[in-house]
Design a protein around this ligand. Structure first.
Ligand SMILES: C[S@@+](CC[C@H](N)C(=O)[O-])C[C@H]1O[C@@H](n2cnc3c(N)ncnc32)[C@H](O)[C@@H]1O
Length: 201
């Protein structure tokens, strides 16, 4: 994860809202999106997120969660890569939820990409796969809580794919996930980031 405004994850950022376009090339598709101030990776594709895309094969599952969606680039890349798939995108930042929803609508993916705050997700909703550049900067206890909240929603045989900075504790996170009963392997390592795959039993 790259350095960003320290409050990118606040629920209601107080900085004035300025939109800024971003173009991302993901798994052979060009996505034209809009980012914004007070939302992670304003005006750019985050380096960690770029590593996540570059180091993975285009996915094939039919249902996904993008955990901590920001302006929605992972959710929209998944929905674009797999026609007919359904994606839930969540973020605590209201501005991120707004941008991700607008981006889904402008790509005509609004019927398959459901964007919301975490609290709005039905308790029984499950996913084949979770994809996430998780909010490591919320601190280790909060990150652990977040993962233990959402990983049980991965269906048997499914997986979570996470990108985490090596200097932000990727290797200790991998060990901790293993210890929690979530077998985790490193899929790739590039530009100071690890791509981790967490297998559901
Ligand atoms: C590293 S950013 C990734 C954003 C986006 N997926 C991307 O790749 O550009 C992590 C995101 O997680 C969000 N976040 C922080 N705490 C969260 C929580 N408890 N539940 C859901 N999202 C959270 C932040 O607001 C931020 O947008």
């Amino acid at each position: 994860m790259s350095p960003v405004g320290e409050h990118y994850f606040s629920a209601d950022p107080s900085v004035p809202f300025r939109r800024q376009p971003v173009t991302a090339r993901v798994w052979g598709h060009e996505l034209r999106l809009v980012s914004g101030s007070g939302v992670f990776a304003q005006g750019r594709l985050d380096v960690g997120t770029a590593v996540l895309f570059r180091e993975t094969e285009p996915p094939t599952a039919r249902s996904y969660l993008d955990l901590g969606c920001g302006y929605g680039v992972i959710a929209l890349a998944l929905a674009t890569a797999v026609p007919g798939s359904v994606v839930r995108a969540v973020d605590v930042n209201e501005r991120a939820v707004r941008l991700a929803g607008e981006n889904a609508a402008s790509l005509r993916l609004g019927d398959r990409v459901r964007v919301s705050t975490p609290g709005e997700v039905p308790a029984d909703e499950t996913y084949e796969e979770i994809w996430s550049n998780p909010p490591v900067r919320i601190g280790k206890p909060a990150l652990h809580d977040l993962l233990l909240t959402w990983l049980p929603r991965v269906r048997p045989g499914g997986r979570a794919v996470l990108v985490v900075g090596r200097n932000l504790g990727a290797d200790s996170l991998q060990r901790w996930l293993d210890e929690q009963g979530h077998p985790t392997v490193r899929l790739a390592s590039a530009k100071g980031f690890r791509v981790l795959e967490v297998r559901a039993g």
